[in-house]
Design a protein around this ligand. Structure first.
Ligand code: 1HN
Length: 346
């Protein structure tokens, strides 16, 4: 006699041939009480990864590689070029004298400069020299190239919304035939002066989905935090945390990714926090511990670590004042009405 499960299995097979499958077999995996992603906590110590980044510099030129990057893969998502479920990250090296040619793509990119000084990126015809701690964006479909006319190798962290764009199957890219730089169309510093000085052109209209400011220099960010600390209560979870914004809208600087810089004072012992966006952190100054799901991750300058979405965590400062840069897909989640946070919950 055929059992119920035999009969059901035979039914599933027949409907499978017609492109159907029973919801009741998968529903609990599709709609979970809590987020159930594969992203796990992770930490990359700069001292561990840096020698390998430099070794890549001996193996391949920037021209040959197009972009010489070591991808940071989340240990829960190996083989997928993802640092979180929705974001890509990598460490890019550009050596003195190198040029990484112009290209453009529908993915949005951010850079966070870790090491070096005086290499440049060109975004839609405007060049900007980069320094450690600078936050630089490349809006979707903007031409961009990188070069290094300084004496020092430069390393930065790239963050892109590649998995998100993949999910929508909306990826396009374009590379010109020649490797020659596109001619400059605006002088250096133009966009920061025009849009990032607390002023806007009087007849400025809406603008695109990304901020027209594309380099947010660390010197300015650091000074803002230092000035604010004199008259600002420390948030129990975040210390003093600011978001990078598009001055035309007040929204996040990029349509898909949000980026932040926070100051945690000497001795800070933060309260437990979680939010639905998995965060990629970079320590800029100081050192500390983050307790993520009851495990301690210790970080110092240039270390990179990941807090998965909806994962309880708290930050503790162990030396100096600490400054943390971070980015996530919060800009997307908020637009879709998905973002949630939970302060101090147990
Ligand atoms: C890209 O365009 C850059 O322009 C870096 O520096 C990393 C990873 C995947 C796809 C495009 C860059 C990238 C990338």
């Amino acid at each position: 006699m055929a059992t119920t499960s035999d009969v059901r299995a035979e039914f599933y097979k027949r409907i499978g041939m017609r492109g159907m499958t029973p919801l009741w077999e998968v529903m609990h995996a599709l709609v979970t009480p809590q987020p159930a992603g594969s992203c796990v906590p992770a930490l990359w110590r700069y001292d561990d990864v840096h020698p390998h980044v430099m070794e890549a510099g001996d193996l391949i030129t920037a021209r040959e590689a197009e972009r010489r990057v070591l991808v940071l893969e989340n240990p829960g998502l190996t083989g997928q070029s993802r640092i979180t479920g929705t974001l890509y990250a990598g460490l890019q090296l550009i050596l003195p004298g190198e040029f990484a040619a112009d290209h453009r793509h529908s993915q949005t990119a951010l850079r966070f400069v870790l090491q070096g000084g005086g290499a440049y990126t060109t975004v839609d015809g405007e060049k900007t020299l980069m320094q450690p701690g600078d936050f630089v964006i490349t809006p979707q479909w903007a031409w961009h190239a990188h070069g290094n006319d300084s004496m020092d190798p430069m390393v930065w962290l790239d963050g892109l919304d590649i998995p998100l764009v993949q999910f929508f199957d909306a990826g396009f890219a374009e590379r010109p035939e020649a490797n020659t730089p596109l001619p400059p169309t605006r002088p250096e510093g133009d966009s920061l002066a025009r849009y990032g000085s607390g002023l806007l052109p009087v007849d400025q209209s809406a603008g695109g989905p990304s901020s027209p400011v594309f380099n947010y220099p660390y010197a300015r960010t650091r000074e803002a935090l230092e000035t604010m600390r004199r008259n600002q209560a420390w948030d129990p979870c975040h210390g003093l945390k600011m978001k990078y914004v598009n001055p035309l809208t007040g929204d996040h600087a990029m349509p898909t990714m949000a980026a932040f810089m926070q100051l945690l004072p000497r001795g800070f012992d933060g309260a437990v926090y979680r939010s639905t966006d998995a965060m990629v952190y970079v320590c800029v100054e100081g050192s500390g511990d983050s307790i993520i799901d009851d495990k301690v991750y210790s970080w110092g300058p240039r270390d990179i670590f990941v807090v998965p979405g909806w994962c309880r965590h708290q930050h503790r400062v162990t030396s100096g004042d600490a400054v943390l840069f971070s980015f996530s897909d919060r800009a997307t989640q908020q637009k879709l009405g998905l973002w949630r946070e939970d302060r101090g919950g147990t």
